[in-house]
Design a protein around this ligand. Sequence first.
Ligand SMILES: [Zn+2]
Length: 334
Amino acid sequence: MRPRFHDYDGRLSIGLDIGGTKIAAGVVDAEGHVVERVPVVPSPADQAATLKAVSVLVEGLHSRHPGIAAVGVGAAGLVHWPEGRIRTAPNNAYRDVPLRHLLEESTGLPTVVDNDANAACWAEYRMGNSAAYMAFVTVGTGVGGGLVLADRLFRGRTGIAMEIGHMIVDPHGSERCGCGTIGCLEPLASGRALGRYGSAAAAAEPDGMLATLAGGPDRVTGETVSAAARAGDPAACAQLERLGHWLGIGAATLVNLFDIELVVIGGGVAEVGDLLLAPIRSSFSRFVTAAAHRELPDIEPARLGPEAGWIGAALLALDHHKEGHHKEGPAGGA
Ligand SMILES: [Zn+2]
């Protein structure tokens, strides 16, 4: 933990993680210790219901914890910083929602709304694998990330930097990304890609473990591949190697650009551990520039699990308002 956050003054913060399928929320103290977590609720299908669900969660937590000093939200999609306006979220119904403004109006509490991967990155920086210069790559249904430079989250001019899922790595490939472009990292390196690779491998080997576990080649998911790989199935391990190949290219590019000392790999797919990390490290050393002449950064698994999003959002809210970062540049600081 970094010295500048050692002012533990007993303040509490509400954190929310609004994902494509579920909303997680709870309360932490300034050290990130969980004071309360509420049961996860499914993300509603329309905007009004989503905003209602969010305000019910926040009001409930606020009423039970009078010491709440701030609210932080991590939301999937493109989130304008520092306004906390959600421009668009491919897997959610809402568009152009001024969420920060709405929550500050209804609660009277200082609020931050940031991208969910930034929030998870901040949780990892504060409480997990941490370095002053680090990148956080989350490999789940999609691929996202966050970047800490000189102990500050880097957000770019308007908050939408580090869309590493849309880093172009294979423009002559055949997989079209959800964003419409061919060549993005995400359709080659996500959990969904792992399922697609696994399906093809199962179709080529109908009596193999992948097809058997899934109940047919077209039912193979990323989870099936991870389970088969854990059981030692070579075909499944080969698919994780393909994923790791692309993620290693992504990690090498981040290191080449930003000279970071640590790359943390999180998200559900990364829970297979070395089965994914070993191929990432191997591809990384092949593609990072000047490997023989630099101290190579560590590529490590995330220490925080699926709760990183809401915990990180809650910490961001406390850190941001304590440090007065909102008085600085539009998209700088924590
Ligand atoms: Zn894309």
